[in-house]
Design a binder for this molecule. Sequence first.
Ligand code: SF4
Ligand code: FES
Length: 368
Amino acid sequence: MDSPFGLLAELTYRCPLACSYCSNPLNIAEYSDELGTDEWLRVLAEASELGVLQCHLSGGEPLLRRDLVDIVAGAHDVGLYTNLVTSALGLSRSKGEQLRAAGLDHVQISIQADEPAASDAIAGTPSFHRKIEAMRLVKELGWPLTVNVVLHRYNIERIAAVIGLAEEVGADRVELANTQYYGWAWRNRDALLPSRSQLEAAETVVRAARERLRDRMEVVYVIPDYYSRYPKPCMGGWASRQLTVTPNGDVLPCPAAQSLPLPRASVREDPLERIWTGSPVMTAFRGTGWMPDPCRSCPRREVDFGGCRCQAFQLTGDAARTDPVCHLSPDHDLVVRAVEAANLPARARGVPLIPRPHGVARRARPGS
Ligand code: SF4
Ligand code: FES
């Protein structure tokens, strides 16, 4: 078993935005008893001991944690490379300067489209202008900046302008990631799934942008796996290189695994090392021994690891089945039908999005 390389520290699920593509859990009220500052500092030290090199401070909106500067400083002190994954609402100049002094290494800011009306409509909150200001501040304070855009039917045709916006604010990297259908995004899947012609147009734009910007800005494009022949190698394999700690201290191999019927593991009850090496949630699908056919006898079983366990569970009710995205899966028809529906002429008129409610308040704890 390898050491984990990356820790996704989900500091809170509270969030000022209400994006219809959100992949966080639906039952966020159950995560309101958030870890306190000292608990996070212990988790970060244990993660470093375990071999973790990169820590992504995420949420929800991590800037809603009043102790974010202390958490960044703690991660920095134990030698972790820190990446703040944020909507940027709340990233004032003084907060930025404090985070810089605490040792924050990198900032990733999400935006929903290239102009205010579309971006604010998708975010469910007026936020576009504050995001642009924050992007400029990030560059001014000397951080590397990634601009992240979750793509779907309602913004994928704006992709050229989105890349132009990232260029204009001086981003070092733009990440154009098609929606992953977990959490609220799963509820909105039929509305969000783009058509084949939208995807083909987007891919043409991405190829040209990569060529034009190759010395200036990295352009990362994540295709929607529903249109792929093979599934994504989710998380690089279950409990192989990544782990997630949720706001209340649950430890998971990926951010969506709380939806699976597996026993809980918590940093409030066990050290991270014991959870990583031996807890049932980590060992359930580690390696290849759990695989059914066709994965068991497939030459790609150590390339894509049978795809995504959470997606297999979502689509079939059984997390141990081959990811239905794979064209060899006995359940592939479930994906084929969704893609066919997304390409019906009537779908061009759109399916209404189910608006996501804003995040809930958490139970108060000192120091957070
Ligand atoms: Fe991957 Fe399994 Fe499909 Fe083979 S059968 S390509 S291992 S998902
Ligand atoms: Fe959980 Fe893919 S998101 S295994």
